[in-house]
Ligand binder design. Structure first.
Ligand code: SAM
Length: 278
């Protein structure tokens, strides 16, 4: 498309958009890492924001797109260790809104998928703060596509389930394992590294074959993407030998075998596109 038409399209989008209002909070999904996976609305909002409250999973390249004048408040958390407790994050959002700032709460992936976006939105409602939610590409969708794994496929998988591999610290991982072990589906475990032994034990105990293919994807859609295909039986050894660290997804199901055919290793290489321009 010629550049002039592309510019017109963006301008038209901007004109059609409601600007972020003073005192409003936009809870925005930043996607899994690649800035190319931001939505147009997310881009407009982070450029209008006067304060951006963001997580560890929001990539530095996306933070470069934020309004340079905006105040940036990092409330990210490493696995199990919170930099800022959730209650304090909620308070920060309300305080910024009460100061009549234009606020973006920027979160990795989609805010309503394992992202506590729901808890934050509830707190805003309880405190009479105006808000909107902008969906993002959840890491399961982004990472699977970049790794050549169709999450559903007529020949292998008729459904997909996004599963938490982590519960609040006082709770064990109690899931409906009989349902998760049934054939013909894909399971994507978020935050599952720590509980990988439980995932393997329960799925095999409920009838899933130890040979079932499994993909591990660390920092998917970024230039640091690390992806390996293994089996359920070999999962723990692979995690240990290849030193997988959060953020990692565990994708379990027959669709994983398609990665050999469909993966396009260059796809996570948005930095190589930038490098080529330089
Ligand atoms: C607190 S959850 C947030 C999920 C996020 N709201 C989403 O929709 O993707 C964090 C977990 O998401 C997964 N995750 C997020 N971004 C990822 C990425 N780029 N690559 C692999 N896994 C990712 C990891 O399992 C990580 O531990």
């Amino acid at each position: 498309m010629p550049p002039i038409q592309r510019k017109k399209c963006l301008v038209e989008f901007q004109l059609a958009e409601q600007p972020l209002r003073p005192g409003e909070v936009a809870i925005v999904g930043a996607g899994p890492g690649d800035p190319g996976l931001l939505t147009l609305r997310a881009l407009m909002l982070i450029q209008q924001a006067e304060a951006v409250v963001y997580d560890r999973l929001v990539s530095p390249q996306i933070m470069e797109l934020v309004n340079p004048q905006a105040e940036r408040i990092h409330v990210g958390k490493a696995s199990g260790c919170h930099y800022v407790p959730q209650e304090q994050t909620n308070e920060i959002l309300v305080q910024l809104a009460m100061q009549q700032r234009r606020v973006v709460r920027l979160k990795g992936g989609d805010p309503y998928i394992f992202g506590r976006g729901g808890e934050e939105a509830e707190f805003l409602v309880d405190n009479d703060v105006d808000f909107q939610v902008v969906p993002g590409i959840t890491s399961a969708a982004g990472c699977a596509s970049y790794c050549g794994i169709p999450l559903t496929h007529r020949d292998y998988s008729q459904s997909v389930t996004f599963v938490t591999g982590h519960r609040k610290s006082d709770q064990s991982l109690e899931l409906n394992w009989a349902v998760l072990a049934a054939p013909g589906q894909t399971r994507v475990f978020y935050m599952g590294l720590h509980n990988a032994p439980t995932i393997v034990r329960e799925l095999t105990a409920h009838g899933l074959s130890p040979d079932c293919p499994v993909a591990l994807v660390e920092r998917g859609t970024t230039p640091m993407q690390h992806m390996t295909v293994t089996t359920l039986e070999q999962l723990e050894d692979t995690i240990r030998q290849e030193d997988f660290k959060p953020p990692t997804l565990i994708i379990v199901g027959e669709v994983v075998q398609l990665a050999n055919k469909l993966a396009r290793p260059g796809q996570a290489g948005w930095d190589s596109a930038l490098t080529q321009q330089a």
